[in-house]
Write a protein that binds this ligand. Structure first.
Ligand code: SAM
Length: 452
C-alpha cells in the first residue's frame, strides 16, 4: 500500500501524529468489522459480537466479517454495518443536546444512511429527523436503509444544501458528514489511494465551506452544528473549523472523551476543538468530528401551508386497521400512498413537502384499492405494524428464497396477505393464494448474490 507522500508530509504538522505507526497500520492488512444494533428491533440473534465499541451504546465489533447479504436479519433492519469511529456521533449529540426533548434534526449529507439510522436510534420518539442526500442516484439506498430501520419519525429529501437556507432557524441540530477526500478509509479501501490528490483535498475543502455556509441559516440560535469527515487532511478538518469560527458566530464545544478511548483531542488555530481518530490508536478507521453552538440571532420562519395533502377519512379508517395503534399518528398522502407520520410533526412535514423535494416521509402504508389496503413494503418493516397481522415464520433457507424473490413452497391453509418472518423479524409481504404464494418482496431490493 503506497500512501501518498504529500499526505504523510502534510500530517507531520498535526500534534502527536505518529508517522511510523500510521504507515504500519496501513501495511498490516488488519480489517475491522463493526455493527450497530437497532434498538427498535431487538433480535435475539444478530451476528456474534466480540466486544462493544467503547464510545457507542449500540455498536459492537465482530470477530470476523460474515456475509451480511446472506443474513436475513440484516435485511430485516435489526442492525446496520457501520465503521466504529463514526459511531462517535452519538457522543457529539448526547453531550451537546438534551435528547429527551422533541428535536428537529437535519442530516444534510446522509446517503447511504449510517449517521441517519444512528440519529434515529438516539433521538426521542417525539423528535423528527430530516435525512437529506443531494445526489439523486444515492437517495434510493438511503430510503431503503431508512425503511429497514422501521421508525416513522423521518423525512427523506433530495435537495442541494442551498435549498435549506430558506428554512430559517428551523433545526435544533444540523449534522454535516461532509463529502471529503476519503483518506480515512484507505485501509479499508486501498483503491481510494489512486483517487486521492492534493488538488482534490482543496476542492473538497471549498465544497465543505460552501455546505456549511448554505446550511447555516436553517440552524436555530443555540442549535448545534456537528461537522465530520473521513479525511486526515487539516485543510478539511482543523482549517475548516477555523474557517467556520472566522466567518460565523459560533462557539466550539469541547467534548468529554475517556482516556482509554484513545481519541486525540486537537485544537485548531482559532481554538476550536476537534476529535481525531487514528487507526493506529483506536479500533476504527480515520475520522474527524467537531461540534459548534450557534451564537447568532436567527429568525424562526413561520411555516405557512398552501395546500394540505391528507387522505379521506374513509381511507384512513381502512389503513389504520393495519397499525398497532394510531395514538400520536396522523396521515398524509404521498402521491397515491397513505403514509403514517408523527402527529406532532404533521404541520412541519406538510411544510417540508411544499418546500423541498421530499422522497419519503413517515412510514408508507400503501394505496387503497377496492376498499382495502394494498400494503407497502415499508409497512412490513415498520415498528408501527399491527402485531395481529397473519405471518409465516420461515427457516433460513426459505427466508433467503423469499429475499431472492424466488417462488416459495410452503403449506399455508390461510389465504390473503401475510408477513414473511424470520426469527420473529418481518422481512416483507407475501400473498397466500391456496395453491401458491405470490412473493411481494421489492424487486429492487432482492438478493442477487449466489449462495455460499
Ligand atoms: N452520512 C453518510 C453515512 O453515514 O452513511 C455518509 C455521507 S458521505 C461522507 C457524504 C455524502 O455527501 C455523500 O452521500 C455524497 O453524495 C454527498 N454529497 C456530495 N456532494 C455534496 C454536496 N455538494 N452537498 C451535499 N452533499 C454532498
Amino acid at each position: 500500500m503506497n500512501l501518498p507522500i504529500f499526505l504523510i508530509n502534510s500530517l507531520s504538522k498535526v500534534k502527536n501524529f505518529d508517522e511510523a505507526a500510521f504507515i504500519n497500520i496501513h501495511q498490516s492488512g488488519e480489517q475491522i468489522t463493526s455493527i450497530r444494533i437497532n434498538p427498535a428491533k431487538q433480535s435475539i440473534s444478530t451476528p456474534l459480537r466480540a466486544a462493544s465499541v467503547p464510545w457507542s451504546s449500540l455498536g459492537y465489533y465482530l470477530q470476523s466479517r460474515p456475509s451480511f447479504t446472506l443474513d436475513p436479519l440484516f435485511h430485516a433492519g435489526t442492525y446496520y454495518v457501520q465503521e466504529a469511529s463514526s459511531m462517535f456521533l452519538e457522543q457529539a449529540v448526547k453531550q451537546t443536546t438534551d435528547t429527551s426533548q422533541p428535536l428537529l434534526v437535519l442530516d444534510l449529507c446522509a446517503a447511504p444512511g449510517g449517521k441517519s439510522t444512528l440519529l434515529q436510534s438516539i433521538i426521542s420518539k417525539e423528535s423528527l429527523l430530516v435525512s437529506n442526500e443531494v445526489i439523486q442516484s444515492r437517495v434510493n439506498i438511503l430510503k431503503e436503509n431508512i425503511i429497514k430501520w422501521g421508525s416513522s419519525n423521518v423525512v427523506v429529501t433530495n435537495n442541494d444544501p442551498k435549498d435549506f437556507t430558506k428554512l430559517s432557524g428551523l433545526f435544533d441540530i444540523v449534522v454535516i458528514d461532509a463529502p471529503c477526500s476519503g483518506s480515512g478509509l484507505f485501509r479499508r479501501d486501498p483503491e481510494a489511494i489512486n483517487e486521492w490528490s492534493e488538488a482534490n483535498v482543496q476542492l473538497c475543502s471549498q465544497r465543505q465551506q460552501r455546505i456549511i455556509a448554505d446550511a447555516w441559516n436553517c440552524l436555530k440560535e443555540d442549535g448545534v452544528l456537528i461537522y465530520s469527515t473521513c479525511s486526515y487532511s487539516t485543510e478539511e478538518d482543523e482549517e475548516l473549523l477555523d474557517w467556520t469560527v472566522q466567518r460565523l458566530k459560533v462557539e466550539g464545544i469541547r467534548l468529554k472523551v475517556e482516556q482509554e478511548w484513545n481519541i486525540d483531542e486537537v485544537q485548531s488555530a482559532t481554538g476550536a476543538y476537534g476529535y481525531r481518530f487514528w487507526p493506529y490508536k483506536v479500533k476504527g478507521e480515520g475520522f474527524f468530528i467537531a461540534a459548534f453552538r450557534k451564537k447568532e440571532a436567527t429568525d424562526e420562519l413561520r411555516m405557512k401551508i398552501k395546500k394540505e395533502t391528507v387522505p379521506s377519512k374513509q381511507d384512513i379508517q381502512i389503513a389504520a386497521k393495519w397499525l398497532q395503534s394510531t395514538e400520536d399518528i396522523s396521515f398524509i398522502l404521498q402521491g397515491q400512498n397513505i403514509a403514517a407520520i408523527p402527529a406532532a410533526w404533521h404541520h412541519t412535514i406538510q411544510f417540508l413537502m411544499q418546500e423541498l423535494k421530499v422522497r419519503y416521509a413517515g412510514t408508507e402504508l400503501g394505496t387503497i384499492a377496492k376498499n382495502d389496503l394494498l400494503p407497502e413494503h415499508a409497512l412490513a418493516l415498520s415498528t408501527l405494524i399491527n402485531q395481529h397481522i397473519f405471518f409465516v415464520e420461515l427457516n433460513e433457507e426459505q427466508a433467503l428464497t423469499y429475499l431472492r424473490k424466488n417462488d416459495l413452497h410452503i403449506d399455508a391453509s390461510q389465504k390473503g396477505w401475510a408477513l414473511a418472518r424470520y426469527k420473529g423479524m418481518n422481512l416483507g409481504w407475501m400473498k397466500l393464494l391456496g395453491n401458491r404464494i405470490n412473493n411481494y418482496y421489492p424487486k429492487e431490493y432482492r438478493i442477487l448474490k449466489a449462495p455460499l
